[in-house]
Design a protein around this ligand. Sequence first.
Ligand SMILES: [Zn+2]
Length: 432
Amino acid sequence: MQLTIHRGTHEIGGSCVELCSSSGNTRLIIDIGLPLVNADMSPFDWGTHRKSTLPQLLSEKILPLIDGLYENDKPAITAVLLSHAHIDHYGLLRFVHSDIPLYMSVGTKSLAEVSNVFLNTSVKLDRVKTFEMWQPFQIGEFAVTPYLMDHSAPDAAAFLVEADRQRIFYTGDFRGHGRKGILLERLTKDPPLKINYLIMEGSMIGRDEGLYPDETSVEQALHDCILSQKGLSYIFTSSQNLDRLVSIYRAARHSGKTLVIDLYTAFVLDKLSVISPVIPQFDWKGVRVLYSYYHAQKLADLDKALLYKYKSAKIELEEIRDTPNDKVLLAKDSRYFRNIITKLKDSGKAIAIFSMWHGYLEKNDLAQFLESNEITLTEIHTSGHAYVSQLKSLVGALKPRFVIPIHTFYPEKFQEMFSNVIKLNDGETISL
Ligand SMILES: [Zn+2]
């Protein structure tokens, strides 16, 4: 079998792995992500490339050079398999030839559908085959077994790929300190045996672990912060970080307050109800939905009935202005929310909680904007990625013959941590 990491050997983002069977008859692509950085490590901005043609994107190396994968080529790839619905793992999927089958989990498909509606990801999802966790299935000559992993994206998978007497384990993104942390514990207690190659993410290598070690401590801190706040609380987070939405919902409820979400978040939660009946929904006690014209328009384009569906929980801005003390408002750094914050300025002293990776805060002027509106800002967050100790415990349990770094800025640090590291370069092919 042959392995090529088309991108991700020296960076976080843009992950793309190819496995080719020794017969050459099965070629599998795992993840096809949008880069997060340019070659010079400056932040990648898709907006500047949005109008580029496929050949332009290939020549600019934004699309990895993979023959038989894209719409302009004769298809020669057996399938594309996705680990989870983060844009740095599937953001280039729209360029994949429409005859190539796609495999993903039910939750990943749901989030891809949401992003098609709200984030213009334009992925054709009609040819998607969904898989069940821990149920092996066949892609050409490869036997693939997905493992449900704890990550900030719900329904994220790792994959065991078997063929030609090789057993490869690709972790995707994972951690052991979220709401499903038990999954990593179970995996290390009862690991798949005789792994030859472990392709493992290392996002947290070289990064600060932060103030909050796990999702439980995040929920507690959110609760304490919301409870002691007399006025309105804004919480900035990603609507696709399900663990965090659950933490925020629980923190608000246990503080006796109402969580106000936007239409986009209501739709995310609704779509994810297929993976679990205990995901908070728009019609649960203590949840209200704020309609924006933009979001309503997007939903109406998809299905007008959805606007009526969520209407029973609709809240008007006036109600938040009149009773800010018992409201927690889920916010984004967008023109719409900045407008809302400005409009609600006269409703009393508000606080803001930034519940996302600290790096995002450094890339914009949100902190200054909040300060100019006399809103104090607190950061409460835990990472979506495994700590170094968790990476070590996974390697210790799987005992792979070789570890191959991916999704890290510091692949050389793997060599300091593990004895059997194969450090690849993007586009380099090795025989397994
Ligand atoms: Zn991820």
